[in-house]
Write a protein of this length. Structure first.
Length: 146
């Protein structure tokens, strides 16, 4: 079980604030001089021991510096310390910026939860076509958790 608490940690000129919500999600914000430059949210589904990366944004002028990776690593490290290795890690991708999907596929073997055959037959956008399954070991390794 995750404890209700907030932690602050300073690393590489960044101040990280990690908070657990009563509903089981963990958020992390990275700040430089009291300005939030990156944030992420990871939901925890305790019934199937899954982590769902629900949001992950870095200010455009701060991208390409590793801040996003460090921020999500803080949230994932917090979860790992409180829940252990999950059975599943999922990422909700909003469909913008195709380089994000290519990056996820390259580093985490991301696969859409909704089969392509199903996606082709749907007339409109559905939620499941935005959820990607990530390889747990590759994800934890990439963020230097294990």
């Amino acid at each position: 079980m995750i404890l209700n608490m907030a932690t602050n940690q300073k690393k590489d000129n960044l101040l990280f604030k990690v908070e657990k919500s009563p509903k089981g999600s963990v958020t992390c914000e990275a700040s430089i001089q009291n300005k939030v430059v990156c944030s992420c949210k990871v939901n925890v589904n305790f019934s199937d021991h899954a982590w769902i990366i629900a949001s992950w944004f870095t200010n455009e002028d701060m991208q390409g510096q590793g801040i996003g990776k460090k921020t999500l690593a803080q949230a994932i490290s917090y979860l790992y310390g409180h829940t252990g290795i999950p059975e599943k890690i999922k990422y909700i991708w909003n469909g913008a910026n195709s380089y994000v999907l290519e990056w996820m596929q390259r580093h985490f073997d991301a696969k859409c939860s909704c089969p392509i055959a199903v996606q082709k037959k749907q007339a409109d956008d559905d939620w499941e076509s935005h959820i990607y399954d990530l390889d747990v070991n590759k994800t934890l390794s990439y963020f230097e958790i294990v």
